[in-house]
Write a protein that binds this ligand. Structure first.
Ligand code: NAG
Ligand code: NAG
Ligand code: NAG
Ligand code: NAG
Ligand code: NAG
Ligand code: NAG
Ligand code: NAG
Ligand code: NAG
Ligand code: NAG
Ligand code: NAG
Ligand code: NAG
Length: 784
């Protein structure tokens, strides 16, 4: 290695080989030991006339990749490729083709490994012929192999497509992979055009044929300008395409099955002496109207949910209906995707969030699953809008109405289509689709750890707070222009000491402090009971912030928030006075006794959502709760849910910190961003709401370590059930819920949306409320 002499010898050897090999002629017969290399100047062999070349052409989309191809050498670029050895094989720079000394044609990668070989030995020479045929010939001149015998999608004058041979369209103009159409010269004598499946090539159905039956016929491109079907004895049976004005002397001609399924007979002037911009022109084609070619299986000519029409030049133009867009605009055969979430078939959900778009002269002939008669346009429209399975409805001129399901296929539009399509599309609300990130690392031991904390937390702050209608009239005042804190009463410590009988009756205890029941004899309103919260660890320097925050909390007025009635800031003592909630916390309501009625739970969900929406979006200063959990939702005498303890996170000065020790919130309910270096937004409450939503549906705590591993963590179990299509397992034994599976499913999906790892993917509470109230469509959940 690295020996100078060795290197020199090696160099000599290489020089010897390359000089020997590089001496090949670019046109005429190609002698043994000739070589062409991708990326070099002479990387092709020309036909004697120079019309055709066999060699390397750069891939249009990537000039560092090449195809080995036969192409029109004189046309401005090498875009018209007639033949390639392997449809889907791109080659890198320095790939080469060698006609070896033992008469084999070998395509090699830059390292010299063989990539392709037509399996012919002892050829005497090779030749790129003026017909466009590349041949390996014996010394007697007979062809051992020819490119004409393995066509791709094109045949040329003098070429024939023998019995049992096929032409397969490219997938797209720049994608040589097998496409969606083929022409087969069947041995029964019929020339048949097939729709085929990508990628297997399975034959869906035929869309055109010559309907001929003379065995062993072949397709022959007669140089006088016709593509004929000829019998084994050479007799003309049928003509597939023909032109009669453009001679092969002055025009290149080719017959190609294009990616749109049409076999076109193209001509191209050999010289553009007249100065006209020379291009390929289709002079004849089969079938005449490809848009009318239908296939029961597969998408038809255009992709799924797309429809077929023609542009001004008469070329096939596939289009997406309103409300849909291309899956890939450069690959229209991939079809159109709805720009909205496909309706979920949940009771009462069907038409909400959707509208109908009318398109005249459009039909999707298949995919119907129901038919009605007689129908008027508005009836046919409404039937589809009200049916969650319905993607579109089609009305004909006599009153037949068909409901169609996804994916739509074989769409055809044109004045001859005497039908009207009504397409169901989403209102313009677009939602992120669900992608629940499950941390595989959070295995059961970790979950149990959380479970322990949750159980501990449950003992805190269970019953709390509540009522006394201080100045009910003032409560009704509008928020705007409301004077800061004007409806809050400032208490003295002794007043509250007296009201709570010396802080004797403790009704709750939590992270923020201890809650005592009190009784205010001075209040005229019906309910004199109050809950007095003694804040713990209050730091004197927070004096100013305390007053500010209390005023902000005091401004909140909402049916689903626990009212702050007053406060006391005397010395180091900080007390908050709330209305008293006689039915205690949601936690004890859900977990401590018999299962509460389903209807009541549904109302509670709506109440909490409204309260949170108010905090996040409707009050003058946004309030992020940071500790949403069943212990912090209280129930009044009518079991109306009221959120408690909001605004305290800022009051306690903990909302800006993300360290776990000082983090506000309760394990099991806190959003993942608390553990990351990302900003804390209102979406942390949305996450907690998601957890709580599942708890309300199932009447169980998020973490129950007594349960089996698969069920121990409710969020995971719920997503498992959802994925398995067994949401019913979550409410097993709960007959009321079982009878309202539509709502159960809705809640579970919404909860899963809230539990997205990425806060941006969680809905806002405003959006959540709309989805709960079924005012907008709920996205189709995608769980990896
Ligand atoms: C190619 O070789 C064959 C057979 O040796 C010969 O008949 C033919 O004329 C040659 N063609 C050219 C263009 O040299
Ligand atoms: C290749 O082509 C370039 C530009 O046409 C020319 O400068 C260069 O000398 C050529 N190389 C060889 C080996 O012919
Ligand atoms: C072109 O192909 C090469 C080799 O496969 C690849 O490394 C490169 O990224 C491609 N370039 C483009 C623009 O796609
Ligand atoms: C080269 O081929 C592309 C298609 O691949 C075509 O759009 C372009 O017009 C061609 N250029 C010329 C000069 O013909
Ligand atoms: C190319 O096509 C062959 C056969 O059609 C197939 O086996 C192979 O996987 C394809 N390769 C690529 C990269 O598509
Ligand atoms: C191709 O060959 C040339 C000259 O032999 C060499 O300089 C170049 O590095 C090679 N490139 C690749 C990608 O093999
Ligand atoms: C071929 O077709 C002709 C007419 O279309 C019919 O008379 C004849 O029986 C067919 N022959 C066979 C073998 O099917
Ligand atoms: C068709 O061709 C095959 C193979 O060349 C042959 O075996 C068969 O007899 C032919 N059939 C007819 C009807 O000519
Ligand atoms: C091509 O068609 C002409 C008639 O237009 C006919 O005379 C000639 O024999 C055909 N050629 C072949 C090879 O079949
Ligand atoms: C031949 O084809 C061209 C299209 O390239 C067309 O315009 C012309 O009319 C045709 N006929 C003759 C005689 O050139
Ligand atoms: C939806 O958006 C489109 C364009 O973005 C607009 O033309 C249409 O009026 C909107 N429809 C509704 C119901 O908002």
């Amino acid at each position: 290695m690295g020996h100078p002499l060795l290197d020199f010898l090696l160099l000599l050897l290489i020089v010897a080989i390359t000089t020997d090999v590089a001496a090949s002629q670019p046109s005429g017969n190609i002698t043994l030991n000739s070589l062409i290399t991708a990326g070099e100047n002479l990387s092709y062999w020309l036909s004697p006339s120079g019309d055709f070349a066999f060699g390397f052409v750069p891939v249009p989309s990537n000039s560092s990749l090449f195809l080995l191809a036969i192409y029109y050498a004189k046309l401005p670029n090498s875009s018209t490729i007639i033949w390639i050895p392997n449809r889907n094989q791109t080659l890198s720079l320095n790939s080469s083709v060698v006609l070896t000394t033992d008469g084999q044609l070998s395509l090699r990668d830059p390292a010299g490994a063989e990539v392709w070989n037509p399996s012919v030995q002892n050829a005497a020479y090779a030749a790129m012929l003026d017909s466009g045929n590349f041949v390996l010939a014996s010394s007697s001149g007979s062809y051992l192999w020819e490119s004409f015998s393995s066509p791709i999608d094109t045949i040329l004058p003098t070429q024939s497509l023998g019995s049992n041979s096929e032409l397969i369209a490219k997938l797209a103009d720049d994608d040589f992979n097998d496409g969606r159409f083929k022409i087969k010269m069947q041995d029964n004598g019929d020339l048949v055009f097939y729709f085929i499946a990508v990628p297997t090539g399975f034959e869906y159905s035929q869309y055109w044929d010559t309907n001929t039956n003379i065995s062993n016929s072949s397709l022959f491109f007669n140089s006088s300008g016709r593509v004929d079907l000829v019998s084994p004895t050479g007799q003309l049976i049928d003509t597939v395409t023909s032109i009669n004005t453009n001679s092969t002397a002055d025009f290149y001609q080719r017959g190609t099955i294009d990616p749109d399924g049409v076999f076109r007979h193209y001509v191209h002037p050999k010289s553009s002496a007249n100065g006209a911009a020379a291009e390929w022109t289709s002079m004849d084609s089969k079938p005449g109207d490809i848009c009318k070619a239908l296939t029961k299986t597969g998408s038809g000519v255009c992709g799924f949910n797309s429809y077929c029409g023609y542009d001004r030049r008469g070329m096939v133009a596939c289009q997406c209906p309103e409300g849909y867009s291309w899956v890939n605009p450069k690959r229209t055969y991939k079809g159109c995707k709805p720009d909205f979430a496909i309706p979920r078939c949940i009771d009462g959900f069907q038409s909400v969030g959707f509208r109908m778009v009318t398109v005249n002269n459009l039909d999707f002939p298949f995919q119907d699953y129901e038919q009605f008669y007689p129908m008027k346009a508005d009836e046919c429209t409404q039937l589809c809008l009200d049916d969650c399975f319905c993607a579109a409805s089609i009305l004909d001129g006599t009153g037949n109405c068909w409901k169609k399901k996804f994916p739509l296929s074989n769409g055809e539009k044109g004045s001859y289509v005497q039908r009207t399509a009504f397409l169901k599309v989403g209102n313009n609300d677009t939602l992120p689709s669900l992608s629940l990130e499950r941390k595989k690392s959070l295995s059961l031991p970790a979950s149990l750890g959380l479970g322990g904390s949750v159980l501990l937390n449950l003992t805190f702050l269970s019953a709390t707070l509540i009522a006394l209608g201080v100045r009910r009239k003032k409560q009704r005042q509008r928020l705007k222009g409301f004077k800061l804190g004007s409806n809050l009463r400032s208490f003295t410590y002794s007043e509250l000491e007296e009201a709570t009988k010396g802080f004797g009756e403790q009704v709750g205890k939590g992270a923020c402090g201890t809650v005592y029941k009190g009784y205010l004899s001075t209040e005229q309103n019906g309910n004199p009971d109050v809950a007095v919260k003694k804040l713990r660890d209050f730091e004197p320097e927070m004096e100013k912030e305390f007053t500010n925050e209390v005023k902000i909390i005091g401004q909140t007025h909402h049916k689903n928030l626990v009212r702050l009635l007053g406060y006391c800031n005397q010395g180091v003592v900080r007390l908050l006075v709330y209305e008293y909630m006689c039915n205690g916390s949601l936690a004890s309501y859900l977990f401590d006794g018999v299962r509460p009625p389903w209807k009541q739970r549904v109302e509670i969900v709506l109440g909490i959502a409204r309260g949170l929406r108010y905090l996040h979006e409707e009050c003058s200063t946004q309030i992020i709760h940071c500790d949403i959990k069943p212990q912090n939702v209280l129930l009044d005498g009518n079991f109306t849910a009221k959120i408690a303890d909001f605004g305290l996170s800022k009051l306690l000065g903990t909302d800006q910190t993300r360290t776990i020790t000082r983090m506000r919130g309760t394990k099991g309910y806190v959003a993942p961003e608390w553990f990351k270096n990302s900003s804390i937004t209102a979406k942390v409450d949305v996450y907690s709401f998601g957890t709580m939503l599942l708890e309300i549906v199932c009447c169980r705590r998020n973490v129950e370590k007594e349960m089996t591993e698969d069920k121990a963590v409710l969020c995971f179990w719920a997503s498992d059930c959802y994925m398995a299509g067994r949401i019913d397992l979550l409410v097993e034994g709960d007959d009321e819920a079982m009878n309202d599976m539509g709502s159960v499913e809705k809640f579970v999906i919404l909860a899963l949306l809230c539990l997205q790892e990425d806060p941006n993917l969680r809905p806002t509470m405003g959006r959540m409320m709309q989805m709960l109230e079924e005012k907008v469509a709920i996205p189709l959940p995608v769980i990896p």
